[in-house]
Design a protein around this ligand. Structure first.
Ligand code: MG
Length: 250
């Protein structure tokens, strides 16, 4: 069941989204060669708590950290660690969520560490663009499949692949609500989009196969072929006027 949110509820998600946007701006400065993924995690947790919110992922189904930090071929759900340090030329996916008065917000970006190759920069650009194009479809009267198919078309049109095993989701009083939002599918299919829906749209894109596997830590998803992967996410609300990004800045 898709739960529609009132303006008051959307306001709380927007408040959390603003904290995530601030955290991502901080991360743009923090992410550089030599920084450990644990330091990244601690800085974000401190900021979220300082703003009076709570980390959304820490303890969620046993996840041990505030930020999912996923480097290079890691797609999502990488676990921060003190021994894991960013290196020149890496790309790093940073997925973070927080809770304000019981309402969740969720956002992700993939950042480059120092200089990266031009084809890798293109992966980041295409993934971010696909998110923007998917969001543009999130207007009343459209269907969920319009978001999914638009993302898929943009990604595959540039020769990249869309991960199938993980999808976007409704968001609100729970981190993962209905509907599921695949980053692939057919336009004109699926639920009709309505004012008050809040959605976390999050394309995960690879330079090789769309197939993934899970590492022995039980969390980290990596591309099956070791190819690089990027991830961008915004939480949005559907309004009469179209989509409103609640995690702006991400
Ligand atoms: Mg999400």
């Amino acid at each position: 069941m898709i739960v529609l949110k009132s303006p008051r509820e959307i306001e709380l998600i927007r408040a959390g989204g603003g904290i995530l946007a601030e955290a991502i701006e901080m991360l743009r400065d923090l992410v550089k060669p030599g920084v450990s993924t644990k330091e990244i995690d601690l800085e974000v947790e401190e900021l979220i708590r300082k703003r009076g919110a709570r980390p959304a992922f820490k303890g969620y189904r046993g996840f041990p950290a505030t930020v999912c930090v996923s480097i290079n071929e890691e797609v999502v759900h990488g676990i921060p660690a003190a021994h894991r340090r960013l290196q020149e030329g890496d790309i790093v996916g940073l997925d973070l969520g927080c809770i304000v008065e019981g309402y969740y917000a969720d956002a992700a970006v993939t950042l480059s560490v120092g200089e990266i190759a031009s084809d890798v920069q293109r992966l980041l650009n295409v993934t971010r663009e696909s998110l923007g194009q998917g969001i543009a479809q999130a207007r009343p009267g459209n269907r969920l499949g319009d978001i999914s198919s638009t993302i898929q078309r943009h990604v595959e049109g540039h020769g990249f692949a869309v991960v199938r095993a993980f999808v976007g989701h409704g968001i609100g009083r729970a981190l993962h609500e209905d509907p599921q939002i695949p980053n692939f599918g057919e336009s004109g299919r699926g639920p009709i989009l309505k004012v008050g829906m809040c959605l976390a749209i999050e394309p995960m894109v690879t330079m090789g196969t769309w197939d993934v596997r899970i590492l022995d830590d039980g969390w980290t998803a990596v591309t099956a072929d070791g190819s690089l992967s990027a991830h961008f996410e915004h939480t949005i609300a559907i309004t009469e006027a179209g989509p409103e990004i609640l995690t702006a800045g991400a």
